[in-house]
Each structure stands twice: as C-alpha cells, then as structure tokens.
Design a binder for this molecule. Structure first.
Ligand code: ATP
Ligand code: I3P
Length: 448
C-alpha cells in the first residue's frame, strides 16, 4: 500500500492536535511522495487509459503477461526530469506516477532503499514480542473525522508485553493493545476497507475493527487479535491471488525504475540464477520485477495463492516457502500443518466454503482489486479451527461502475486479481489433504 498513507498523521488528515514532525517522516514525503487521493486518481486515470480487457475465459489456464520492468540507459536507475513530463500524454498522470511509492508494509521504496542492509532482517519470521504502545494515562483522541471513538480502559496488567505470532510483514508494524486486540500501523486503504466492510457480508470473516487510535502523531488501526482465544495456536498465512503488486506500481516502475539492492540480494539468496545478466551487473532489481519473480517461484502463478508462513503449537515457525510452488509441495505443508487431523481439515474446509459463498455475493469484493491480502488459518488442540481474511493494505476501490470477477486471468489494465480462482484451488488442495493426500501422490493431479 502507499506507505505514506499508512504513516499519515492526524495533521496530514486535517485533524487537530499533533505536529507533522511527530511519528511521520515529512522529509520523506517532501522527497516525492503522493497522497492517497492522488493514488485514487491514478487508478482512475490508468483505467481510462487501459479499459478493462474483460477476459472472458475461465481461469483454468492463467495467462501471465510478460510485464518486464528494466531500467533505462543500460540498466541504471534514472531520475525523472521535469522536462520528461512534457512528453506525457497526460502530464498530470505521469507526474503522479513518477512520484508514487506503494507498498503495504508501511515503509516506502525510498525508505527501503535508505535501509537496504536491514530489509531481510526487518521482515517478521514468526514469533515476535509486541510492545504496548500506550500508557494508562494516555488520552486517545477521537477520530472524529471517521466517526470512530476509541475508548481505552487500560489496567496495569493489560500493559504487559504480548508474545505473538506475525508470519508476514515488517517487524514493528504491530503493537499490543487492550485485551484481545492489537494495533496495526495505519493504512488509509485498509482503514477505508474496514469502514466499508462494516456493511458487507464479509464482516464476519474479517477481524473486528475498533477504529483508529493515535500515539505520538502516529496512527494505528485497532482490531481484534485473532489469536487471542486460542491456546498455543497453529497459524498459517496464505497470500491470495495471482498477483501481489498493484498495476499502479508497474506504471511507476516504468516511469521511474528504481532498482533495489536489497531485493537483488533476496533474489540471489533463493536462486543465484534468478537475476538477468544486467541485474547481476548492477546488483539490483526493481520491485515489480522482484514481485513477479516471487510469484513465479512460488504457487502464486500456478495456484493463485501461496504460503507465506506457518507456526505450529510446538513453537516452530517456517517462512521459507519461497520455492513452494507445486500442488504436491503445498499439500505437504498443509498435511503437516493440520497434523493429520480430519476434524481440523473439515472445519477449515467448511469455513473456506462459507468465505467463498460470501465473496460471491459481496458488494465490497465486487468493487475492489484485492492484492496482497491473506487468509489466516488458526487452530489449536481443542479442535477449534478458523480462517480469517486479513491485510487490506493493497485493496483498492475500482472506479464507479466497474466490477471484477476475480476468477479470470489478469491482463494489465483489467485489474483482475484471481482471488476466487486461488480460493477454489486452495479448497481443492485442502480437500485432497483431507482425502488422505500428503502431497507426495499429488503429482498426477492437475496444476497449472
Ligand atoms: N488481526 C490479526 N490477528 C492475529 N494475527 C494477525 C492479525 N493481523 C495480522 N496478523 C499477523 O500478522 C501477519 C502480518 O499481517 P499483515 O499481512 O496484515 O501485515 P502487513 O504488514 O500488511 O504484511 P505485508 O507486508 O506482507 O503486506 C500475519 O501473517 C499474521 O500472522
Ligand atoms: O516476501 P518477500 O520476498 O520478503 O518480499 C516482500 C513481499 O513481497 C511483500 O509483499 C512486499 O511488500 P508489499 O506487499 O507491502 O509491497 C515487500 O516489499 P518491500 O520490500 O517494498 O516492503 C517485499 O520485499
């Protein structure tokens, strides 16, 4: 998601009480970022420029367009110059694209580039300790603009640190809150989604949302901790869809390629032959290039979802699924995760079927491009098993009147995300596990 959107302060949003310097990074904004309103404009403009391809074919053989972003000028990054804008068909759009910076992690491309050495280490790999953000005496300002008032009845015992499971995202994105709830770094897109979901059939499949809270000029989304009522939970995060980056990110990368050394290093760690000779020579890759490579290495392209991480009740965590691509590999991970329990598998399947049904009737889902969102699987020894939809940091509204099918191939401009197709494959995969499959015998089942 737009990182600056996540980090916006009350003052950015026209609210009283905090200074721009508190919590956010105004100097980074000034260095060429854009507002969420501008991003919405971008989406609309991109739509006008490339109307929906309305891919009619069912998604049984996903086409993955080759959208390769290569730096200009023999592979070196190029700063967009003011005079370049003169070439633009739509100068406003191009200027905004050149300034955009999008991610759902709360750290901008510029920030990541400032912080190359720590990127890999900064992503959560499982068990984390959440700090309580607020002290008992802190006053929470009502987020009046959003018509949300947050009450904060803190007691000393509730202020203890929380041992928690975070299978994806950047460390530090979450804080502990009062009992049974957590705080996630603010994202305007995610906040808007939570607000809209209040009136949607998907409401019972997303964490309960308690509004926005603010501390030291930084804003957070206050939501239910889905792990709170489990005893030594087993947790799995599956990132849904055939695509993990927004179309607008591609546009920006074309306008202003910014090869990143940290992403190059992450790529080489997994596959020394991943980078092209040019990328090897400059020791950097652009973000969409990295994201596309991640998608093809994992099951995102072949199945429409991928496993991000697992944590088991014995405390072991795994986030090394970058090369888990085939249906049999995915089945093996699931079989291990449910520990052979037919009851757990059946509960998960029943919940997934409910989610699938709700998605097919959801007005919200129809009108949003859902990118980078996950299904969070949680079960424990009591036999309780739940699946929840999380992470709407890159879920963006479509222009008025446009809808998506979510089960047809993506072609640039149609904004399809393949979420429903991925969900169907996920259900089939789990059914195969429930039928006794461990993954080893699945080589002959159909994968794409
Ligand atoms: N409401 C919740 N209750 C319990 N755990 C959660 C909740 N929301 C997120 N998590 C945990 O935190 C992890 C990261 O969540 P999320 O994807 O929302 O963060 P993010 O920073 O937006 O990640 P990314 O950078 O991958 O987009 C999840 O994998 C899950 O383990
Ligand atoms: O899983 P990996 O291999 O660690 O790669 C990260 C992953 O694809 C995240 O989804 C992405 O954040 P967004 O979804 O927020 O864009 C992040 O970009 P970032 O480095 O710009 O944060 C990548 O580094």
């Amino acid at each position: 998601m737009p990182k600056e959107c996540r980090r916006r302060t009350s003052k950015d949003l026209g609210l009283p009480g905090t200074g721009l310097g508190e919590g956010c990074r105004p100097e980074r904004r000034a260095a060429g970022k854009q507002t969420c309103e501008e991003l919405e404009l971008l989406h609309s403009a991109a739509e006008r420029a490339q109307p929906s391809g309305a891919a009619a074919a069912a998604m049984d053989a996903p086409r993955v367009p080759q959208v390769t972003i290569t730096p200009e000028g023999g592979g070196s990054s190029r700063e967009m110059q003011q005079e370049d804008w003169g070439d633009a068909v739509d100068g406003t759009l191009r200027r905004k694209l050149s300034n955009s910076s999008i991610s759902s992690t709360g750290s901008s491309v510029a920030e990541s580039e400032d912080d190359l050495l720590s990127d890999t280490e900064s992503r959560s790999k499982g068990l984390v300790t959440l700090e309580h953000l607020l002290d008992a005496g802190d006053q929470i300002k009502p987020w009046w603009k959003l018509k949300t008032i947050v009450h904060w009845p803190f007691s000393a015992t509730q202020r203890r640190k929380l041992n928690w499971v975070q299978l994806a995202g950047h460390k530090g994105n979450f804080k502990a809150a009062d009992e049974g709830t957590i705080l996630k770094k603010f994202s305007e897109f995610e906040m808007q989604c939570f607000e809209k979901l209040k009136q949607d059939v998907l409401l019972s499949f997303v964490p309960e949302y308690h509004g926005v809270v603010e501390k030291d000029g930084e804003s957070f989304l206050h939501m239910t901790d889905l792990l709170a009522n489990f005893d030594l939970p087993n947790v799995m995060d599956c990132k849904m869809g055939v695509r993990t980056y927004l179309e607008v990110e591609l546009g920006r990368a074309r306008e202003r390629p910014r090869p990143r050394e940290d992403l190059y290093r992450k790529m080489v760690e997994v596959d020394g032959e991943g980078p092209t000779p040019e990328e090897h020579s400059q020791r950097a890759v652009t973000k969409p290039r990295y994201m596309q490579w991640r998608e093809t290495m994992s099951s995102t392209h072949t199945l429409g979802f991928r496993i991000e991480g697992t944590k088991k009740s014995d405390g072991t965590c795994r986030t090394d699924f970058k090369k888990t691509r085939s249906k049999q590999d995915v089945m093996q991970v699931f079989a291990d995760f449910v520990g052979g329990s037919g009851t757990i598998t059946a509960s998960y399947l029943s919940r997934l079927t409910e989610i699938q049904k709700a998605l097919k009737t959801s007005e919200f889902f129809k009108r949003h491009e859902v990118i980078g969102s996950s299904l969070l699987f949680i079960h424990d020894h009591t036999g309780r098993a739940e699946v929840w939809m999380i992470d709407f940091g890159k879920t963006t509204a479509l222009p008025e009147g446009q809808t998506l099918r979510h089960d047809v191939p993506w072609t640039e401009g149609n904004r399809e995300d393949g979420y429903l197709w991925g969900l169907e494959n996920l259900i089939h995969t789990l059914q195969a596990v429930g039928a006794g499959g461990t993954g080893r015998e699945a080589a002959d089942t159909h994968t794409h």
